[in-house]
Write a protein of this length. Structure first.
Lengths: 608, 599
């Protein structure tokens, strides 16, 4: 579980990590450079504009000589136009990077997610991966694009202002700028505090959302337990905390601005004091004095800006770490280089080299353990002939699913071999096996789209005939035809617009449309109405014909009609044989059967 | 207007403070504007030699400080005045920040608590039909929209209005013509900002929707990863995601592109405005129409006024959202809640129950229960069976007053149920729901949920009766194990047993199991019932179940069909009658026949 532990956000800036991100920045080298140049341009004009005021005061107002005012106006106009273009361009470029860079990272991330092993998925909540792919990556895009904008602008601005001030009057400049170090220290301190305080607010906020969720979902239970008042009390703790942490954060922000303003005004005061004396002694012009005064107020913004970016960069680092850790996770199941050369990749398969498949599957001394050492199977042996139906029964966690996952090569054996038609399946490509595999999950997962698209998912080149044939075979055709839009009916998100039974039938059609040699069924336990139950049973019988099948079985009819039943307990086969043989044994299977028998009959009567 | 009234109600206790915050903005703005005036006087009359043209009180201050000549030797006094003014301004800015935060956050807290409390007290029926996602959205993001309006937006509006209405008279009094020049662009920028942000709304929405679609594809892909792999559809999925991801990228870029135009164009307007003031001001200053100090004041004010006006356009376009959010929250609060009626009492409850001709419907003229009559003596166990939709659950929901019966009478120990307070009866009727909800607390807290003062021994005892004690001890953290997202995943049977434990921990005189042993195996079921029977208090118990073995042991069995009571009696009586009960009972026999066939 260490992959999604909460990270500590207060680390020092980790350059190694950011360097890793550089590979994503490569395509934007030119844009980033251009952006920096434009930002230097922006700050340049920002520095020059107050200087224009000085020039106007010294050369026109003070002298009363208006020669050149037109020219001055012209130059001003040019500056305005340059600046306006600069602004448009920098927003456009930063926006380009802000949107394209996350796109690139997402693409790589998504491709990685398509290849990561099931053990990764078993241990990583979907919500965690979602957050990495959406908000974390978005944040990286923002900090890199707009962070660069503010950073370059801020630095160039400070250097520009300091440069002009020093060149006009270095003594006055030094006096005025003496407040800058304090400004920098205070900004850095406050920005860190503010960011941290708001992070606390967000954390509490998500707890409040959770509490609302629980309060609403659990309202019925709350009523029966008469816990309304206690719940409210618990909730009030949270809202109280939310209130105080929000106020704390707001007060930090509210303190920051006045302190910076005061520091800046000390700068202004210093320039007025010493600059004014200079004007009186005529060592400094009026214009210079005005310029110094406006520069001091202009100075504080970049300083606090840079402090803010540094703080945000530290926070974004956590995002970067999590995203990179996801992208850099090792693949546990993948084809070796020779195999890829021979049979191609998922993106570029070389189907012409693919051998035919008969469907004999052999487990040879297979041991499987998770990365953390948890052993699920040990020296497991099994020989399945082509066309045979194997029913696996046993309790949750007995290892049934692992056997199926190994057969499908979703996992690979830690030691031992799995042979398909006598050849270790690692000597064939993943796609070769999966193209010959039909798979129906316990809770059928459909994708948004039409029924046709969902069936085609099993065989992208399926013709209309293929689709209808498959649907007819599994008894889905009738219900589909009765729908208003037939095969073009939208199934909704996750297939939500269809009933569970209908989803099952569609997923059966999907599984056999490509006529696979191997079929895997994780049978559903949830009860559905008798009518659909019959349809599904019929579908299962049809589907199993002539295919090597593994079934994690729950329904009696499926179990009874299997060629061989394996009772699995703690990763071992404890009973094996057909239905009659196992009943006679009067072991685990016998009690499982009698219990299930009662349950099914009862529910037939009571759910009619 | 009602909506604003609602907001005003929630602000109770913090209204004065909020008004104080708005006044602070006003003062902060005032001090912001004084600074340039001090600079002007300093430049013109103290450093320069122009005569003072100040109001009397200001001239008096200058005189008090020693007059212009004296002050030109002590410029540090002017510097101090500027710093002092900034500190005052900062003080008010701070007060504004603090007061608006305290009042907005407190209002938000009031709203949250009111919403939560209201939701808890809404009718049972409301929660059966509730759309959780939508409700949460209203309680969180809609509420946040309102909070933000209070904390930031309305204060910003105040600031923009103050700054324009304070600056205008000052600059007009300094020089009318230049003031006109300085203000001419303001309405245009304001209108431009409003029009732009109205227009861009559609683009923002498109970008948001595209993000939603991209997330949906991602979510589907991740949850359906097994399907993707099993059919080797990675390439297909990558292309699908890429399409949505690209769409999101391009639509978002379009928004940025529009923003680039907006900022560039509005900056153009602003900078031309500043340029006009600078050049005309310079011209007039050079020709002696205005002083140098006045020019500096104009230039400074121009910079101050433009930004808030641009912001204002943006905020005003957002304002509609706040009203919509208020409306959505009001909708929840307008729903009626359960209350204590005047004629309701809290009698002692022992467990004698009489149903007489009870009629109940959810929707008009679609009876769920009709003519239900039966009696239960204190301490008896009643089993209820029936097909799906026969009204079993409704029957026991009536008992806990989760719904009110329409006709007939239910008497508990002789008192009409309608005259007993809802909370009181629920405290005396322990119900274990079909799909119990566990809270994300530790197992121990979940069991002790309804009994705050529960001792550890009592919790263990309840867990033992519910046959879950040993299971809990086997968890790594035992009773301290958390339930829910961050804790262990419990099986359906384990959840049911914890729910049983938390219900029986209060020795209620009436106990109801709404098919709450369905996910537990037969032996455990029998064990739990036996343990319950041997407890010291002999509760009147209702059990809804499918299991014949469970039903058979009850003192009385009730069979419901389409809302009517069709059979009632003991196990021995019912197996002799043809009907649902005897049919289910016969399964036992057919199994034996089945086994005989195999021989």
């Amino acid at each position: 579980m260490e992959t999604f532990k909460e990270q500590d956000y207060d680390k020092k800036i980790d350059f190694g990590l950011w360097r890793k991100l550089l590979r994503f920045l490569k395509p934007y080298k030119k844009l980033l450079l251009l952006l920096s140049v434009v930002m230097i341009g922006v700050s340049g004009v920002d520095v020059i504009l107050p200087y224009m005021n000085k020039y106007a005061i010294d050369n026109f107002v003070e002298t009363g000589n208006l020669d050149g005012l037109w020219k001055f106006g012209g130059i001003y106009l040019v500056l305005v136009i340059i600046q306006v273009i600069n602004i448009g361009v920098f927003i456009a470029i930063a926006g380009k990077i802000e949107t394209s860079l996350p796109y690139d990272i997402r693409k790589v991330g998504f491709e990685r997610l398509q290849q990561l092993s099931f053990s990764y998925y078993d241990k990583t909540p979907v919500g965690w991966m979602m957050a990495r792919m959406t908000s974390d990556i978005r944040r990286l895009g923002e900090i890199i694009s707009w962070g660069l904008v503010d950073f370059v602008w801020g630095f160039a601005m400070m250097i520009g202002i300091a440069g002009v001030m020093l060149s006009l009057n270095w003594k006055l400049a030094l006096i005025t700028l003496s407040v800058v170090p304090f400004l920098a220290i205070i900004s850095r301190y406050f920005q860190k505090k503010i960011l941290k305080a708001y992070r606390q607010v967000r954390k509490t906020n998500s707890r409040i959302t959770g509490a609302f969720n629980e309060g609403i979902s659990g309202a019925k239970t709350t009523k029966t337990l008469v816990r309304e008042e206690e719940n409210l009390k618990d909730f009030q703790h949270l809202t109280g905390k939310m209130r105080s942490s929000s106020i704390r954060a707001a007060i930090f922000s509210a303190l920051f601005l006045p302190i910076v303003l005061t520091l800046a005004s000390i700068g202004t005061g210093l320039s007025l004091w010493f600059g004014g004396q200079g004007v009186l002694m005529q060592t400094i012009s009026y214009g210079t004095l005005v310029l110094f005064i406006s520069y001091t107020t202009q100075f504080f913004e970049p300083v606090s800006q840079i402090a803010r970016i540094l703080a945000e960069l530290q926070a974004a680092q956590a995002s970067a770490e999590r995203v990179m850790s996801m992208i850099e996770t090792d693949l546990e199941v993948k084809d070796s280089r020779e195999i890829v050369e021979k049979f191609g990749t998922i993106y570029n398969p070389k189907k012409e080299n693919w051998p035919d498949i008969t469907g004999n599957i052999t487990f040879e001394n297979v041991t499987f353990e998770y990365k953390d050492g948890e052993k699920v199977l040990e020296n497991f042996n099994l020989n399945v002939k082509a066309g045979e139906t194997i029913a696996l029964v046993g309790e949750t966690g007995s290892g049934k699913s692992t056997i199926v996952n190994l057969a499908c090569r979703f996992y690979e054996p830690t030691s031992g071999k799995i042979l398909i038609d006598g050849v270790d399946y690692r000597e064939r490509s993943l796609e070769w096996l999966h193209s010959n595999l039909g798979y129906v999950l316990q809770s059928p997962h459909l994708f948004s789209g039409t029924i046709r698209e969902n069936i085609k998912y099993g065989f992208l080149d399926a013709t209309e005939m293929d689709i209808i044939r498959a649907s007819k075979l599994v008894n889905a055709h009738d219900f589909i035809s009765n729908l208003e839009s037939g095969y073009d009916t939208d199934v909704g998100e996750g297939g939500g617009k269809l009933s569970t039974g209908e989803k099952q039938l569609v997923s059966f059609a999907r599984a056999i449309v490509s006529n696979p040699a191997i079929f895997v069924l994780d049978e559903a336990t949830s009860s559905i109405d008798t009518e659909t139950e019959k349809l599904i049973q019929h579908a299962i019988d049809k589907v199993l014909e002539g295919r090597t099948s593994f079934i994690i079985a729950h329904r009696l009819s499926t179990i009874v009609s299997a060629d061989r039943i394996l009772v699995i307990k703690e990763g071992k086969v404890t009973e094996q044989g057909n239905h009659e043989e196992l009943i006679k044994k009067k072991g685990y299977y016998y009690s499982l059967y009698t219990n299930q028998f009662k349950k099914e009959k009862e529910s037939t009567i009571l759910n009619a | 207007m009602k909506k604003i009234r609602l907001l005003w109600d929630f602000m109770k206790g913090y209204r004065l403070m909020y008004i104080g915050a708005i006044f602070s903005v006003c003062f902060a703005t005032l001090f912001t504007l004084l600074n340039p005036l001090v600079l002007r006087t300093t430049i013109d009359s103290i450093i320069g030699d122009k005569p003072l043209d100040l109001p009397n009180w200001a001239t008096n201050i200058v005189e008090f400080l020693g007059g212009t000549n004296e002050l030109s030797q002590k410029l540090w006094i002017c510097a101090l005045i500027i710093i002092a003014l900034t500190i005052l301004r900062g003080l008010f800015l701070y007060l504004k920040g603090k007061w608006s935060a305290v009042s907005a956050e407190s209002t938000a807290r009031n709203m949250r608590e009111k919403l939560y409390d209201h939701l808890q007290h809404l009718n049972y029926d409301y929660h059966v039909k509730a759309e959780t996602g939508d409700l949460i959205q209203r309680c969180t993001s809609d509420l946040d929209t309102i909070r933000r309006f209070l904390a930031v937006q309305s204060v910003e509006i105040g600031r923009a209005i103050f700054i324009v209405s304070l600056i205008s008279p000052i600059i007009f009094s300094l020089n009318t013509k230049l003031a006109l020049v300085a203000l001419i662009v303001i309405p245009f920028i304001f209108v431009f900002a409003i029009v732009f942000f109205m227009k861009i709304k559609a683009s923002f929405k498109l970008s948001d929707e595209a993000e939603g679609k991209m997330s949906a594809v991602l979510q589907e892909n991740l949850t359906g990863m097994r399907v993707v792999r099993a059919f080797a559809r990675q390439k297909f999925e990558i292309e699908k995601f890429d399409e949505k991801s690209k769409e999101y990228r391009d639509l978002t870029y379009k928004v940025v592109w529009l923003l680039a135009w907006y900022w560039a164009l509005s900056d153009l307007l602003c900078m031309l405005q500043i340029g006009a003031v600078l050049i005309l001001g310079t011209y007039w200053a050079a020709t002696g129409v205005i002083t140098l100090g006045t020019l500096v004041v104009f230039i400074t004010y121009e910079g101050m006024i433009l930004w808030p006006v641009r912001q204002l356009g943006r905020i005003l376009t957002d304002l509609g959202k706040t009203l919509v959010s208020l409306e959505r929250i009001k909708e929840i609060l307008d729903e009626p809640i359960e209350k204590i009626e005047a004629n309701e009492s809290t009698p002692e409850i022992k467990g004698d129950i009489r149903f007489k001709d009870v009629y109940f419907e959810y929707d008009k003229d679609r009876p769920v229960l009709k003519n239900i009559s039966f009696n239960v003596k204190q301490g008896e166990t009643i089993a209820v069976m029936g097909q799906t939709g026969s009204g079993k659950s409704s029957l026991i929901h009536l008992l806990a007053r989760l719904y009110n019966y329409k006709e007939g009478s239910i008497k508990i120990d002789g008192v009409e149920l309608k005259n007993i307070q809802k909370k009181w009866i629920r405290k005396n009727v322990g119900i274990v729901l079909q799909e119990p909800f566990l809270f994300s607390k530790t197992i121990k807290d979940n069991i002790g949920l309804a009994r705050k003062e529960a001792k550890e021994a009592e919790i263990f005892e309840a867990a033992r009766v519910a046959a879950i004690h040993d299971v809990i001890l086997n968890f790594e953290n035992g009773y301290e194990t958390s339930v829910g997202e961050r804790g262990v995943t419990l099986s359906g049977g384990q959840k049911q047993r914890i729910a049983i434990a938390r219900t029986i921990i209060n020795d209620t005189p009436i106990l109801v199991f709404d098919d709450s042993l369905s996910a537990v195996d037969t032996e455990t079921d029998a064990y739990i019932r036996k343990a319950l029977n041997s407890r010291k208090n002999n509760a009147t118990t209702f059990i809804i179940s499918h299991r014949v073995s469970t039903l058979a042991e009850a003192d009385k069995i009730i069979v419901l069909d389409k809302g009517e009571l069709i059979q009632m009696g003991t196990h021995e009586e019912l197996i002799k009658q043809p009907g649902l009960y005897s049919r289910v009972w016969k399964i036992q026999n057919s199994l034996e026949q089945d086994m005989d066939k195999i021989g």
